[in-house]
Design a protein. Sequence first.
Length: 468
Amino acid sequence: MSARLYSKALPFLSIPLILAYYFSWLSFVALIPLFLFFENKQYIKPTVSTFLPFLIFIYSGIYKSTHTYYGLFSAISVILVLLLSLYHLLYLLLGSWFFKKSNLPLPFFALFFVSSEFLKDKLLYGMPLGNLSILIYNLPFFIKDASIFGSLYIDFKIIIVNLALYYIFKKNIKMAVILILPILLINLIPYPKPIKQFKTSIDIVQGNIPQNQKWEEQYLERNLKRYLSLSNGLKADVVVWPESAYPYLFDPRTAVSIKNLIDNNTFALLFGALTKNNDDYYNSIVFYTKKRIDYYYKRKLVPFAEFIPFAKLLGLEEYNFSKGKKGVIFEYKNLKIAPLICYEENFAYLSRQYKLSGANLIAVFTNDAWFDKTPTFSLFPRSDIYRSVENRVWLVRSANTGTSFVINPEGKVFEEIKPDTMGVLKANLNLTIYKPTFYDKFGWLFGYVSMGVSILLLFYRRRTNQKA
């Protein structure tokens, strides 16, 4: 590629990736332009040009949440979007830089890229957002083997498919076949059969309360009444409300309206609320039945939103939510419900731990109204598809303004309420139960193995280069 053509093409490298966010099939060719630059020994600038605009695009909702709803200055909100995007980009640049230093053939880039995503997901507080797998969440035939090696393997597959098509473009059919054949064979491994199934019914209430009315004092009573009126008379086994649906500090001694709802109906109620235990405040899920009240406290808090890093050092502990210490499984009839709150849906290990502990339904409670009508709004629900497939488990998602849905263990949408709609999703399920998947037992190590192999290859190449 000539230097002139290189400089002209560079600003457009991210366009296929951005389009792939809405047109999933484009993800299979979106990285081919990047490989053309790699072929010409150009690594860092093409990586920045390919991924930085894409990351700004998918994280653009941070601007709306911080400026429109938190009231920060516009310039500060823009800076926050850029900082988050640059932080994510830093890991991808590390992958490209180490790949460059390894001087390995192009197919090995897939390994270094996945290793960089794995690092991002694990280091500091963990940021398992915006990985390539979000592009093809709606292609069940392609993501089915997430039940073998997890969503990181799907990222790996996307790069391999791009590489295979790149080699076909270069008329190197042999290399394309070598790359694509193993992942095709793995994809042919059939799903295991269920070991048990039972009938149940779950109703998800989507209140559709605009974010600018959610916490305003004059709307609090109206907001609660909306959930109460939508729920009263429902005949499901379990009724689910989203994160922070109860608009006050929850105390069972004063929450008369909730007690009356339960007394007058036959269902169990799951809902999000702020709770207090001793002097600690928690973002919580309350499980309320006629016989008992149980709680789950959120474990993975959002940095700078639910806690301030190094708050103790800065003397700002009073502004933090407290962090939950353990997972809780709510048992009701045959259901064993595993709750996750908002950001937690992105952490694969939480769902995996629940599955190994016997959960047969994952329930996600969230309020994505912060990001309404931005690309970020549709970012988080895509993670839930992978939690279902990885663990071969049903999943329900209750969101204030959407997207609320029920996902089956194959990663297909069983029922859904569209965003910005008030209503009740009524799901009558023949709930299938599966044994722990290969991913649950061993496949979760895929990221660690990728990282280990990448490091070994780097040392090997460095040693052989020194001898040469």
